[in-house]
Design a protein around this ligand. Sequence first.
Ligand SMILES: Nc1ncnc2c1ncn2[C@@H]1O[C@H](COP(=O)(O)OP(=O)(O)O)[C@@H](O)[C@H]1O
Ligand SMILES: [Mg+2]
Length: 281
Amino acid sequence: MRFHMGLARLLPRPNIRPASEPAPGETQVIVLANQKGGVAKTTTTLNLGVAFAEQGFKVLLVDLDPQGNLTMSQGLNPDTIEHSMFDVLVHRMPISQVIETREVDIAVSSIDLAGADMALSSQIGRERALEKGLAPVRDNYDFILIDTPPSLGLLTINAFVAATGVLVPVQTEYLSLRGLVQLENTLSMVRENLNPKVSIIGIVPTMYDKRITHSREADEILRENFGDLVYKTRIRKTIRFAEAPVKGTSVLAYEPAGEAAGMYRDLAKEVLNGQKPRQHA
Ligand SMILES: Nc1ncnc2c1ncn2[C@@H]1O[C@H](COP(=O)(O)OP(=O)(O)O)[C@@H](O)[C@H]1O
Ligand SMILES: [Mg+2]
């Protein structure tokens, strides 16, 4: 069965890669988003970020999910950290106070963040809290990667407003094209009202298993509907992705020569598309 539904038309081509081509030296702020949980948003944020860092880029990861999985995946305990992105968004605390340095820099999250939607909702400029929070450190980095919760709520909208591009991990097992349309509709609204530049820069097929017909079909359907927007690199299914976070590391540190690490290095190469690190003073 095929689900064309004119999806490609809903993702207007002119807004795709070109809009996200960075000016030389401009920090790229990439949001990992998909309102479905368990599609490898957090896994991709960490491992893509570490793969960029291996290439010499300066990288900040921002954990914007109250579950704090990204924070945990770098060996930090969200239950015991003192301040988190909640304080940055709601109390305008300088983001430098919640950045920890592990494999890369990470602005940490804790369960407090679950209250951010509510706390921000009555504030003027509630959609720009993250953009404002990032401003003082933005130029220190080549890439800022933002991990988002599985919803299109105010936290994710804040991420879209701060972003130069959106990267969408899609699980090739339970392909939700309808979810992609919803995501694109939200992005259209953000473009109209808050950030004219933001668009989907790429779709990453995740948890791919070529032995499973359904997985191959889902991958084909994605490519039929979204063409070049879908990266050639497929992130295959492997247990390494569950093992590494338990040790508090990326798969690149956990098994540097392993195939899991290789897949994210390949993805990084595609996203970079020839860009070289700029010189930092
Ligand atoms: N390529 C993969 N193969 C197997 N398991 C994976 C893969 N990518 C992620 N996982 C595992 O799947 C679960 C969900 O991934 P996660 O990155 O937390 O998704 P999300 O952030 O979208 O909810 C985690 O337990 C993670 O370790
Ligand atoms: Mg997650």
